[in-house]
Design a protein around this ligand. Structure first.
Ligand SMILES: Nc1nc2c(ncn2[C@@H]2O[C@H](COP(=O)(O)OP(=O)(O)OP(=O)(O)O)[C@@H](O)[C@H]2O)c(=O)[nH]1
Ligand SMILES: [Mg+2]
Length: 301
C-alpha cells in the first residue's frame, strides 16, 4: 500500500514542479534579490495560488530581504514561505467536533467534481473506524446517480436510502436521517446532484434540503467538493455555494491529475473555509484528511 505522504506528494507533482524549479534555480544563485521576488511571484501564480496570495507572499519576502540587508538565502525563504502558506491554510476555522448522533454530512458541489465518489470514500473511511454508516442518494436527477451510490453501498456493505428518479431531494435527505436515527447509526452521508451556481432554483433546493434535515437534527456538516483540475474557474463557480449555505469545509478532489495544487491556497484564502480532505485518485482509499503543514511542505519542496 502506498503511504499517505507519497500519495500526497504524487498529487502535488505539477504544482511542486513550478515552485520547485524556482527554488532549484534560486538555490544555485545563493542569495535571493529583487529579481528573484518577481520570479517567485510568477511561480506562485503559475501554481494557481492566485495573484493576490502570490503578491502577499512576495511582499513578505521583500520585508525579509530588507530585514536581512538586501538578500535572503533560498533555503531560508523556502522555510518561511512554507510557514506562511500553512498559516493561510490554517486561517479558516475548522468546525468543532460535534457530539450529535447521528452525525449528518451533506455533500454538495458543481457537476462532476467527485461528490458521489467522496461520499463513498468517506463512508468507507468512517466504517473502517467502526462507525455504523448510512448513505442517502439525494441526487434524484438521474436514475444512474442513485445506481452509482447503490453500487458503492453494495461494495462497502453500507445501506443506501433512495427514492425514485425525480423525487424531492429534501424528502430523500429526511428519510436518510430518519433511517439513521431509527437504525442507531453513527453517521449519515448524503449525496446531492451537481448543480451550477447560477441556477437559483437549484441553490434554493439545497437550502431546502438543509432546512428539512434540521427538522430532525440541528447540526449538519456541509462539505463542498471542489475539483482542483478546474482551477480558478472552479472557484468562481463555488462562491455562490459559500454564500447560500453554511459550509463546514472543502474537499478538494483530483489532485492526482494535472491539477495545480496552489488552488487550495487560493480556495482557503478566498472562501475562508478550511480544506478537510483531499482526493488523490478514484479508488476508495484515495481520500486523505487534510494536513496544512504537510501540504505546504510538499508544495514547495
Ligand atoms: N483522479 C481522480 N478522479 C476522481 C477523484 N474523485 C472523483 N474522481 C472521478 O471523477 C469522476 C466523477 O466523480 P463523481 O463522484 O461521479 O462526481 P459527482 O460530483 O458525483 O458528479 P455528478 O453527480 O454528475 O455531479 C469519476 O470518474 C470519479 O472516479 C479524485 O480524487 N481523483
Ligand atoms: Mg454524483
Amino acid at each position: 500500500m502506498i503511504r499517505i505522504v507519497d500519495k500526497l506528494k504524487k498529487g502535488l507533482e505539477r504544482s511542486r514542479r513550478e515552485l520547485g524549479e524556482f527554488f532549484d534555480a534560486a538555490l544555485g544563485r545563493g542569495i535571493l534579490d529583487e529579481n528573484a521576488a518577481t520570479e517567485l511571484e510568477e511561480a506562485l501564480i503559475q501554481a494557481d495560488t492566485g495573484p493576490q496570495t502570490a503578491e502577499e507572499l512576495v511582499e513578505d519576502m521583500r520585508v525579509w530581504m530588507k530585514n536581512a540587508g538586501g538578500g535572503v538565502i533560498a533555503e531560508t525563504l523556502r522555510e518561511a514561505l512554507g510557514l506562511r502558506i500553512s498559516r493561510i491554510l490554517r486561517s479558516a476555522e475548522v468546525p468543532a467536533n460535534s457530539n450529535q448522533i447521528p452525525k449528518i454530512t451533506l455533500i454538495v458541489g458543481v457537476n462532476g467534481t467527485g461528490k458521489t465518489t467522496t461520499a463513498a470514500k468517506l463512508a468507507a473511511r468512517f466504517s473502517a473506524d467502526g462507525e455504523k454508516i448510512i448513505l442517502g442518494a439525494a441526487d434524484t436527477f438521474r436514475a444512474a446517480a442513485v445506481e452509482q451510490l447503490k453500487i458503492w453501498g453494495e461494495r462497502l456493505n453500507i445501506p443506501v436510502i433512495a427514492q425514485a428518479e425525480g423525487a424531492d431531494p429534501a424528502a430523500v435527505a429526511f428519510d436518510t436521517v430518519q433511517a439513521a436515527i431509527n437504525r442507531d447509526c453513527d453517521r449519515a452521508i448524503i449525496d446531492t446532484a451537481g448543480r451550477l451556481h447560477n441556477k437559483t432554483n437549484l441553490m434554493a433546493e439545497l437550502e431546502k434540503v438543509v432546512r428539512v434535515i434540521k427538522k430532525l437534527r440541528e447540526e449538519v456538516e456541509i462539505l463542498l467538493v471542489l475539483d482542483a483540475a478546474v482551477g480558478q474557474n472552479g472557484l468562481v463557480q463555488v462562491k455562490c455555494f459559500a454564500e447560500s449555505l453554511p459550509l463546514s469545509g472543502l474537499v478538494v478532489t483530483k489532485l492526482d491529475g494535472t491539477a495545480k495544487a496552489g488552488i487550495i491556497v487560493r480556495a482557503v484564502a478566498e472562501l475562508k473555509k478550511p480544506v478537510l480532505y483531499v482526493g488523490v485518485g478514484e479508488g476508495i482509499d484515495d481520500l486523505i484528511p487534510f494536513d496544512a503543514e504537510a501540504f505546504a511542505k510538499n508544495l514547495i519542496s
